[in-house]
Design a protein around this ligand. Structure first.
Ligand code: IMP
Ligand code: MG
Length: 174
């Protein structure tokens, strides 16, 4: 496993992104919607850097899988989506923008609930990302096309708690 982004670099990148978000929403109220579970660390750090009236909600998105491959659209867990976003400024927060499929599926579903606006923020964006025609509005770091763990991101439910971001070697992904 090799360190890709140190704790200090993470703190600095998140501070910069928080500054951009603060500037964008200045004077408005904000509803942060974090996508479980990878975004919890970012949400926790980000909200403490924002000086805005804000609410926090978490959602779980799932899809029917065959051999690990997602079949059909992502479905938002309805219990967790039972909060109101109508008329609110929603910032969808996720850990990483890889294929882009998660945000591509989630944004129209949240849009149907009638928010005043909807934007997205991710900690990481992969250089060779994007099988979809959208990009996140706020990005912490652009990273090479490697599988990364730590700071909330996991591999088979491990490494969520690494304080820095590391890239796994192929032989560590068995
Ligand atoms: P998407 O391909 O942009 O829809 O990303 C889907 C999800 O895959 C992300 O929210 C992450 O939970 C997970 N993911 C994608 N790339 C990585 C990675 O390098 N490490 C850990 N999780 C990842
Ligand atoms: Mg995720």
């Amino acid at each position: 496993m090799k360190t890709l982004i140190t704790e200090d670099q993470l703190r600095e990148g998140i501070r910069r992104m928080a500054g951009e978000i603060q500037k964008h929403y200045d004077g408005k109220s904000l509803t942060i919607v974090g996508v479980l579970s990878g975004s919890i660390t970012l949400v926790a750090d980000l909200i403490r850097l924002l000086d805005l009236p804000l609410r926090v909600q978490l959602i779980q998105a799932r899809c029917d899988r065959a051999k690990g491959v997602c079949l059909g659209p992502l479905v938002i867990d309805e219990d967790l989506l039972s909060f109101g976003v109508r008329g609110r400024n929603v910032l969808l927060v996720d850990d990483i923008f890889d294929t882009g499929r998660t945000l591509w599926d989630l944004i129209p579903q949240i849009d149907e609930l009638g928010p005043a606006s909807i934007r997205s923020a991710v900690l990481l964006m992969k250089e060779k990302c994007c099988q979809v025609a959208i990009k996140p509005d706020f990005v912490g770091f652009t990273i090479p096309n490697e599988f990364v763990v730590g700071y909330g991101l996991d591999y088979q439910d491990r490494y969520h708690n690494l304080p820095h971001l590391a890239a796994l070697e192929p032989n560590e992904m068995t």
